[in-house]
Unconditional design. Structure first.
Length: 343
């Protein structure tokens, strides 16, 4: 009975492919490889990377992966002790037989550390067309930058001179010594994204602060008409310069409209009273009196009364009461009014 061999090999223009079906291995140039359908399976892989990381991040991922695989290629052939010129002359055939497209080394200079590489119908071009991309891919130029970085023994980067995706006959990349690296590009992207996120956060915080400030203006220290000629303003919380000036301006603008003779300031919920707050109260009383309104303090705690005395403020002419009801009764009395049951 004839035994069928499980091992196959073929030499394609100097590039060796071999299979061992028993070991389930497929090798190219004596190293394990795998076959992908370019416009289906491999395209799906790249589409998934872009979907997860975003288009710009995907470009950087592919560029970095290309660069690192290029460094591996150069290391592999340098370890074979071949001359660098022989390696560079051999590589186009390797990429052609591996299905990477037709590659031409237009120029290569070890001394100047420069090169120009053309790629026609590369696998990345085919995928980019299937993806309906309008810009050159980043894997192949990044890959050749890695290959040449290894061969030139210095960092090499690239610029795209022609692009098959954009309608040129082929893609052409110029390579040169540079300080640019994939790691540097990654750091720059992270920094840019961090700065962008910080700006967005600052913008959001500023907007929320503006909205909150508007809300505070509306609900903080509202002007409450009791009856004609009597207004009540509760002072709540702490009053720093901005909030105090806002209250003063709003009150003074509204006093003429209300024609208030008495302005009752309820200090029950006033917090964090310092010298600025005491000076502000004094300023408030004087400004109101210039508009013909008399101020009354209610809700003064023992602690606040001590602070007023110790500060040297002598507002002894301002009526002070413990609770709001007493303040309103006093104002009514001064106006010759009283609250009486309905008959």
């Amino acid at each position: 009975m004839e035994t069928k061999s499980s091992k196959y090999e073929i030499n394609v223009n100097g590039s060796l492919f071999d299979w061992d079906l028993d070991d389930a291995t497929f090798r190219f140039e004596n190293d394990d490889v795998v076959v992908f359908w370019v416009n289906t399976a491999f395209k799906t892989l790249l589409d998934s990377i872009e979907e997860i990381s975003g288009e710009e991040s995907a470009k950087l991922v592919l560029e970095t992966a290309g660069y690192r695989t290029g460094k591996i290629v150069s290391k592999f052939y340098l370890e074979s002790n071949k001359e660098k010129e022989d390696i560079i002359n051999h590589l186009p055939n390797i990429y052609l037989t591996a299905g990477w497209g037709k590659t031409d080394i237009v120029s290569f200079c070890l001394e100047e550390k420069k090169a120009i590489v053309r790629v026609n119908s590369g696998w990345e071009y085919k995928i980019n067309i299937a993806q309906r991309k309008k810009t050159e891919g980043t894997f192949l130029p990044g890959h050749w930058a890695g290959v040449l970085s290894g061969l030139f023994e210095t960092n090499i980067w690239y610029k795209v001179r022609q692009s098959q995706v954009q309608g040129d006959q082929y893609s052409e990349y110029e390579f040169f010594e540079s300080e640019i690296t994939p790691s540097q590009n990654i750091s720059a992207m992270i920094k840019e994204r961090t700065q962008s996120a910080q700006k967005e956060l600052e913008k959001e915080i500023a907007e929320q602060t503006r909205v909150l400030s508007e809300i505070i203006k509306e609900i903080s220290s509202p002007i409450i008409p009791v009856i004609d000629s009597i207004l009540v303003i509760p002072l709540v919380g702490r009053y720093e310069e901005l909030r105090a000036e806002e209250l003063l301006n709003r009150t003074l603008l509204n006093l003429p409209r209300y024609k208030a003779e008495y302005l009752i300031l309820d200090l029950t919920a006033l917090k964090g009273v310092d010298q600025y707050t005491l000076d502000f109260l004094k300023k408030f009383v004087r400004a109101a009196s210039l508009l013909g309104s008399n101020c009354i303090f209610v809700g003064i705690s023992p602690e606040l009364s001590l602070q007023i005395i110790e500060s040297g403020n002598k507002e002894t002419q301002i009526p002070c009461f413990s609770i709001l009801q007493q303040g309103i009764t006093h104002a009514l009395d001064q106006l010759g009014l009283e609250i009486s049951p309905k008959r």
